[in-house]
Design a binder for this molecule. Sequence first.
Ligand code: SF4
Ligand code: SF4
Length: 432
Amino acid sequence: MKVAFFSFGACEGCRYRIVNEFAKIAALLEKYGIEITREPLLGVKTEKNYDVAIIEGAVTSLDIERVKEIRRKAKFLIALGSCAFLGGIATLGYKYGVQADEYLKKGYSLGVPLHQIVKVDGYVRGCPASVGELINVLEEIAVTESISKYERRFEYEKQTDLVLDDGFLRLDTSKCIVCGRCIELCSKINANVLTQAFRGYRVIVTTPAQNSFLEAGCIRCGLCAAYCPVAAITYRNDVEAALKTAKNGGQVVIERQAVEATAEALGIKPGQVIPLLKTLGFSKVEIVNPLSLIDTEKTGIVPYSSAEKRLVKQVFPEASKYLLEYPKLSLDNDTVLVTVCVARKEDHSPVLTVHELVGLARDMLITFKDLPEERLESKNNDCNVKIAKGPEEVKAAVHDFLSNPKGIVILQICPGGCAKGSGLYFPILNDY
Ligand code: SF4
Ligand code: SF4
């Protein structure tokens, strides 16, 4: 069996994912004697012979004849990923009233899902496409010389207007292309807040029973928003408010960890971060370490955000009496907080995450190497407290605390790093 890959209106992310995970496909190729006769990303460019054509991307008006030719030569035609399957990002504009004619006059081309131009035999979902589904569909063709499953499950053109918004997270289902990334990420951290609802063409991404994010168990990690390819999920953005504060001569308070993370992300020295903030317009910069504000004379459990507080109350009600508050910085509205953690947006406004600060600094084309370096205070002002990270450690720590209530335990249900929010390394995201 000979297989050829083709790409049209898309970012090529589906094919890059396949190449990145090629080891998973190699065994299948060997087992069934499948040969790839076209995949430029693998350096294979012949395309004369193929039984299976796999097409990535929405078909633009410039590509119609080429797609029809591919269809004529192929025994099976597979739509790979959300753009080929549903139109994906390439067609979002039409839905939001873009006047296509104006764009066509300027030389742009229309994009449509593959099935609107030619007959499609099989579909591989995802943005980027699922390698597992591709393996399944190829194996079925190799074994049965037919495709019985993998029908289209839903139409991109569906109408849905459900919006879930709690002031921190906002999910606008009308923008969602049902790529499934948010569901996968949320389940990887065991929060399982997001799921699919309804069937067939009515399928949408939502919380179970359309509950609020917090009721559904959201831990405010922000991963879903950071990795949604079409901004159907977003978290509150205070960038405008922060810039206005800076312009009016306001102050900024930055967490010590955020200084290190900003420096790492921009490739500058930590001592240059304070001049960077002053360049943005802030009149005064203060570095804080919230952990040093914890009263270590006390005994108790300190939840990092409302998520841990809720978990203790629900799962360990007997530990509720030991709950203390995470040291909230008392900041006025003329002070911007820069933090590594998206969840801090629950405590204050305006807040900039390190990710937002780094983007802002890059957008303003600041020449980083020219920034002077200021001396920072010693960073050894952490208090000696135990921090439990991730759902399992958190549960074990509360359990241990209850059997011997002594000292301070900080609970951080998020496994550390974060949602591109901090720019810190987050190992589970390696697949993305
Ligand atoms: S913020 Fe995190 S926990 Fe909440 S819905 Fe998004 S991925 Fe899930
Ligand atoms: S909300 Fe975004 S990440 Fe989630 S399925 Fe929809 S498009 Fe994909």
